[in-house]
Design a protein around this ligand. Structure first.
Ligand code: GLN
Length: 487
């Protein structure tokens, strides 16, 4: 049973179908692994052991009665703590929601449960998903399983670290500017941001509503396809989810890339990128060529404006979304007896951390009368230009290949006092959110200090299957996924 923490879901399911293992054994093996490493990793905010074991027993009974097994039956999953699970604490990594338990579950939670997944716990994150290192969590810093002195990336750092360390098989995260792909890259696993509208956001605590998207963090590309299949589709509870058929993603996983055109945007291989990162990605492009793809350089000319545009739009939307935390409707309220206005102020002062306050102030400023047109209005226009760059590139190319992050995992504390440096961690991931397009990060090598490097593959809207195909072909012809952190 001690091999369970090393296996992807697609292998565990086979064991289960052959009745070589029970769901209870799978779940117990994961909790044993959690007991062994969680002190070092600190991926979780809360664990769900009792209920997980009860559910495991329930599935075992159904299997025994020869009932039909759903696609992810018995697979342990971790949930980022900004995704609502009914009656379970959902903190968003924030003191202001420290004791908040939602009265309903997110649509993705209903979906993974119906598919047979067992929720193991809720994972640590940067407060309200604002950050790139999980250092902005109000509780503690999650550590990178490859080197506990380095950050796991963020904001879905807890989800990424829980999968990379073998504490769970699958995880869900959210990606507003890179928060699935960047931690996946830094922890050496697979992470996908689907097209905006592919997956319901109902029950995801909003950060920047026009950018947020829920997606999978997994050990390999096959698991990513399996989990994406389960969570995708129109949801009447989210008017931004789109009614388009969901392809059968597994059918696209073939080890050959004949006819696929790959673009290398030259703007992604310049400033600030570590030499080893660049080399690994260019090497990956060669592997794709060997597999039959045609690779050519291309250009996304407005790339240099992406970070600035993102920090105007994301903060504007956040300032509006976070207005609801006032000590009345949700979570924490100041203990000081005072009048109403003061109560709002003190609650927010005590409940929010520095980064969240910085963003609320910036967002309020860019939306203010007199500045709105100059900042927010202009950012929206640049967003359109960035989107058009992609549309043009995708007339010629099926996918674009870039690094996910300019660097490998950095040391805890290294960038925390320099927000601008921290913001640049997402320089390669942010544009996809602004344009609404899907992207994946998969392992493509090891850089400085033997830390993992991520390869980003971006695709046309609602063409996740093409991204998965390219990712799968690359993964199968390389050995990276076989290396595991020694923790
Ligand atoms: N790191 C980016 C930010 O701080 C992206 C976060 C995210 O995708 N949630 O906003």
């Amino acid at each position: 049973m001690n091999i369970i923490p090393e296996l992807p879901a697609n292998k565990i399911i086979k064991l289960l179908k052959r009745k070589e293992i029970s769901v209870e054994e799978i779940v117990l093996a994961q909790f044993k692994r959690i007991d062994e490493v969680e002190d070092k990793v600190k991926a979780f905010i809360s664990l769900n052991k009792e209920e997980a074991i009860n559910e495991a027993k329930m599935w075992d009974k159904k299997i025994h009665e020869d009932k039909k097994i759903p696609p992810l039956c018995g697979i342990p999953i971790a949930i980022k703590d900004n995704i609502c699970v009914k009656n379970e604490k959902t903190t968003c990594g924030s003191r202001i929601l420290e004791n908040f338990s939602p009265p309903y579950s997110a649509t993705v939670i209903d979906k993974v449960k119906n598919a047979g997944c067992i929720i193991i716990g809720k994972t640590n994150m940067d407060e309200f998903a604002m950050g790139s290192s999980t250092e902005n969590s109000s509780f503690y810093v999650t550590r990178n399983p490859w080197n506990p002195e380095t950050i796991p990336g963020g904001s879905s750092g807890g989800s990424a670290a829980s999968v990379a360390s073998g504490e769970v098989t699958l995880a869900l995260g959210s990606d507003t500017g890179g928060s699935i792909r960047q931690p996946a890259a830094l922890c050496g696993i697979v992470g996908m941001k689907p097209t905006y509208g592919r997956v319901s956001r109902y029950g995801l605590v909003a950060f920047a509503s026009s950018l947020d998207q829920i997606g999978p963090l997994t050990k390999d590309v096959t698991d990513c396809a399996l989990l994406l299949q389960v969570i995708s589709g129109k949801d009447n509870k989210d008017s931004t989810s789109i009614d388009r058929p969901v392809p059968k993603y597994l059918e696209y996983l073939i080890p050959d890339l004949q006819g696929i055109k790959v673009g290398l945007p030259k703007e992604y291989f310049v400033t600030g990128i570590e030499k080893e990162v660049k080399e690994s990605v260019l090497q990956a492009a060669k592997v794709l060529e060997d597999l039959g793809a045609k690779v050519e350089e291309t250009s996304l000319p407005h790339t240099e404006y992406a970070v600035a545009t993102y920090y105007l739009i994301a903060t504007a939307e956040a300032s509006s979304n976070l207005a609801r935390y006032d000590g009345v409707k949700y979570g924490y309220r100041t203990k000081e007896k005072t009048n109403m206005i003061d109560m709002y102020k003190k609650t927010r002062k005590e409940g929010f951390g520095d980064e969240v306050k910085r963003r609320i102030m910036l967002g309020t400023y860019v939306l203010s009368k007199g500045y709105y047109e100059n900042y927010y209005g202009k950012a929206l226009r640049v967003r359109t230009l960035i989107k058009r760059d992609f549309e043009k590139a995708f007339e010629k190319f099926d996918v674009l290949l870039t690094p996910t992050s300019p660097t490998v995992a950095f040391k805890i504390g290294e960038k925390i006092d320099d927000p601008l440096k921290m913001y640049l961690s997402d320089i390669f991931t942010i544009s996809a959110n602004l344009a609404g397009i899907p992207g994946i990060s998969i392992p493509c090598g090891f850089g400085q200090n033997n830390l993992p490097v991520g390869l980003q593959i971006l695709g046309r809207p609602f063409e996740e299957e093409t991204i998965l195909r390219v990712a799968y072909a690359y993964e199968q012809s390389t050995e990276w996924r076989k290396r595991k952190p020694e923790i």
